[in-house]
Design a protein around this ligand. Structure first.
Ligand code: AMP
Ligand code: ZN
Length: 489
């Protein structure tokens, strides 16, 4: 076991706390997975990459991690509607709900693979755990924390809040929360305005429905995570994570359900990632400011009209701490690309560097600084700054200003491998592809210069031929007011 003290910021206590698992070396970790009704956007990707770094780091520290990340394939209601997202999409696309689920689960896995996100240990689906969700709802009813009205089972938040701290996770004032919540309307079945459904009665035309003790229906979204985390990690486990936007409702309700079910707060450490933003606004489907991962890789999104490799995109995300917002812009991506290349080039020097008899650099001190960065609530931004610092020394060694022994050169290679590829999880396969891609990009720019020269000389036969030939190999060019742009199909 690596002797490192890892501190994590716990949303529940609003403090950085020393991470001490309940049952070391085992660690149980649950992260809310995607709702598979459309393609994941880069915001979602940021959250899954952040937890991938935690998973990777815990494994690096020799913990035996059981990482559960679910697939939400039922029960996630569309805002302000009684339709769930998957059924709604199934009607739109004229597919079976399970065809929608399959389609977007496959594409989610493909995106995770492209960004080198490790698969979790267990990836349970909501539809595969209907019974567990019903059993949990039943127990909560039996324990007196829920009530049934006309085939729907509601959690009694106000009753719960009289006995427990319902808003413990966010620290919000319950009175204010109540005041900001819509008043119940006459036809509402709920007793309290904060009450939420554990089980929802389905209308006859609803596509996804199951038999239950309360008639035909489908589970609520929150009960899914409570049931599956309890099933695979037990009533209490170490880490529960998700995006910050999930804390006030989804996670708050998960905690309430678990306490109502068995009297226990499920997770010791609650971790939340901050949002990826575009022009300062949260990237989200409902705001219509979504950039899809493949669009950014191929340079086909008009908001960021240039392609970047998955390695550069992941590196870009790692340069900001997971609890800070990250604004995605073309300039920031360009800067990340430059930095990424500089770092790779410096560390590549290690393969050609002539070893000296002895070293004038303390590699172990550098290694510990890298650990210190990760131990400080996974500060990948500081870790990358440390790697840049090390790169400076490698460049100096290359210029003969400092000495590196053969052993230390090997140590540095290992350090880079451990922190850059293994822990930050930068896709290594891209490192080679990137070098080729860089040359290809430069080549296209040369060809475009020749074309613009031809146009200047009114040689339109040549300029059109260049355009058509590029297009025939999948390189599409577009003349705009700011110059010629190109992208790969
Ligand atoms: P969903 O599929 O909507 O349930 O979201 C999957 C995960 O992505 C959740 O943990 C969300 O909190 C997270 N998420 C959604 N939008 C963003 C964003 N703009 N930036 C970072 N994470 C996000
Ligand atoms: Zn969840």
């Amino acid at each position: 076991m690596q002797n490192q003290k890892l501190y994590l910021y716990n949303t529940l206590t609003r403090k950085k706390e020393l991470f001490t698992p309940l049952n070391p070396p085992f660690v149980g970790m649950y992260v809310c997975g995607p709702t598979v009704y459309n393609d994941v956007h880069l915001g979602n990707v940021r959250t899954f990459i952040s937890f991938d770094v935690l998973f990777r780091y815990l494994k690096h520290l020799d913990y035996k991690v059981r990482y559960v990340r679910n697939i939400t394939d039922a029960g996630h209601l569309e805002d302000d509607s009684d339709e769930d997202k998957i059924s709604k999409r199934a009607v739109l696309e004229r597919l079976e709900p399970m065809e929608i689920v399959q389609k977007y689960t496959v594409s989610f896995h493909e995106i995770m693979r492209i960004f080198n996100v490790l698969p979790p240990s267990i990836e349970p689906t909501a539809t595969g755990h209907i019974l567990e969700q019903q059993e949990m709802a039943m127990q909560i009813l039996k324990n007196g924390w829920a009530y049934e009205v006309n085939g729907t089972v509601y959690f009694d938040v106000e009753k719960f809040a009289q006995h427990y701290d319902y808003t413990a996770l966010t620290g919000r004032n319950l009175e204010e929360l109540l005041n900001n919540t819509r008043e119940l309307e006459g036809q509402d079945e709920k007793r309290g305005r904060l009450d939420f459904a554990l089980w929802i009665k389905a209308k006859p035309q609803h596509l996804m429905q199951w038999n239950s003790p309360w008639g035909k229906g489908f589970p609520g979204w929150h009960i899914e995570c409570s049931a599956m985390s309890t099933k695979y990690l037990g009533e209490q486990f170490d880490i529960h994570g998700g995006g910050m936007d999930l804390a006030p409702t989804h996670h708050t309700n998960e905690i309430a359900q678990n306490i109502a079910y068995c009297g226990k707060q499920p997770a010791r450490y609650w971790l939340h990632t901050n949002m990826l933003t575009l022009n300062g606004k949260k990237m989200s489907k409902s705001l219509g400011n979504v950039v899809l991962p493949l669009e950014l890789i191929n340079g086909t999104n008009p908001l960021i009209p240039k392609g970047f490799s998955p390695s550069v995109i992941r590196f870009f995300m790692m340069q900001t701490h997971y609890r800070s917002t990250l604004d995605i812009t073309l300039d920031a991506l360009n800067a990340a690309e430059k930095g990424y290349q500089r770092l790779i080039e410096s560390f590549e020097l290690l393969t050609t560097l002539k070893p000296a008899e002895s070293s004038s650099i303390d590699i172990q001190a550098f290694r510990q600084k890298c650990y210190d960065a990760m131990n400080d609530d996974l500060n990948t931004a500081v870790l990358i700054a440390e790697l840049f610092e090390i790169a400076k020394w490698i460049n100096k060694a290359n210029e003969g200003q400092v000495q590196l022994s053969a052993k230390d050169i090997e140590e540095l290679k290992k350090l880079f491998n451990d922190f850059f590829y293994e822990i930050l999880g930068i896709p290594q396969r891209d490192a080679n592809n990137d070098a080729v891609l860089q040359k290809l990009k430069a080549l296209v720019e040369i060809v475009l210069e020749i074309r613009s020269e031809a146009k200047k000389n009114k040689n339109y036969t040549l300029s059109d031929a260049i355009r058509n030939k590029l297009e025939s190999i999948g390189i599409v060019i577009k003349d705009t007011a700011e110059g010629t742009r190109w992208s790969m199909k």
